[in-house]
Design a protein around this ligand. Structure first.
Ligand code: ADP
Ligand code: MG
Length: 246
């Protein structure tokens, strides 16, 4: 639709801007962080102020990094990869945070899924952000349920990924403003994660939808196109050489 078109145009303009600006911000930021540490060592009594400065510098760094992701969707090449492996590596990163918050992560992955054509780092970014959001939505614990399966669509077979939490659900005003940057309800949030994720899934020709759970919680549903003939494409090996049969 026209509105959708406008939004993706807006995103690509933001992406181009980010490519230049983020890069320019990173170097002075590194210098600032280094000298803040030096000053902290010199003025030990006021170390609390330096901790705040270091924390804020980290925050700027986080925002810049998320913008860099947006700016360079083709940083690593697209390859045929097993989705299960990508998911596992993301879960291993989030394990500690989940355990601390008493959150259990349940995965139901259909067996024998074909490889998905994707940008590994970008897809990891998406999963990391969506699952992190789900964990953060349940500060008193709960369960994140991740389901992955193949589904037949008119446009062809799709990988269907659903990530559901038991949190309070997304606030209405946030849902209305999806796609806008810096929309966050978190003290340490950037409000960039969902926008970046949507953008990445769009570059994969997939879709990302968010809805409220029937009783509670939030459900994020992602689709990614799968090859039309399951047996035609196997996962690439570690060297990244595609083994596509005729
Ligand atoms: P951030 O996590 O940095 O705030 P995001 O773009 O990832 O930025 O999310 C934007 C906002 O959407 C969050 O601040 C939160 O209010 C809301 N949100 C995202 N995921 C969930 C979820 N699973 N449950 C409830 N609210 C959510
Ligand atoms: Mg987030």
């Amino acid at each position: 639709s026209e509105e959708r078109m406008l939004r993706s145009e807006k995103l690509s303009v933001i992406g181009q801007l980010a490519a230049g600006v983020a890069h320019e911000i990173r170097n002075p930021l590194t210098a600032l962080k280094g000298f803040t540490q030096l000053l902290r060592a010199k003025y030990k009594d006021d170390s609390a102020y330096f901790d705040i400065m270091a924390g804020e510098l980290d925050r700027i760094n986080l925002i810049v990094n998320e913008f860099m992701t947006l700016a360079k969707p083709h940083w690593t090449p697209f390859r045929h990869l097993e989705f299960g492996g990508i998911l596992q590596s993301v879960l291993s990163v989030l394990e500690t945070q989940a355990t601390l918050l008493n959150v259990e992560i349940e995965c139901r992955i259909q067996e024998g899924l074909p490889a998905v054509y994707c940008n590994e780092n970008q897809l990891k970014q998406v999963l990391l952000n969506i699952i992190k959001n789900a964990i953060e939505a349940m500060p008193d614990g709960g369960r994140v349920t991740i389901q992955v399966r193949e589904a037949a669509y008119i446009a062809g077979p799709q990988l269907q990924i659903s990530i559901q939490d038991e949190g309070p659900g997304m606030p209405e005003e946030i849902i209305r403003r999806l796609g806008e940057p810096f929309v966050t309800t978190k003290e340490k949030g950037t409000g960039l994660g969902l926008m970046v994720s949507t953008r990445i899934i769009e570059t994969h020709q997939g879709t990302l939808h968010i809805r409220r759970g029937e009783v509670r919680g939030t459900i994020v549903e992602i689709t990614l196109p799968l090859p039309n003939d399951d047996r035609a494409v196997q996962a690439d090996d570690a060297c990244g050489i595609a083994r596509e049969s005729a």
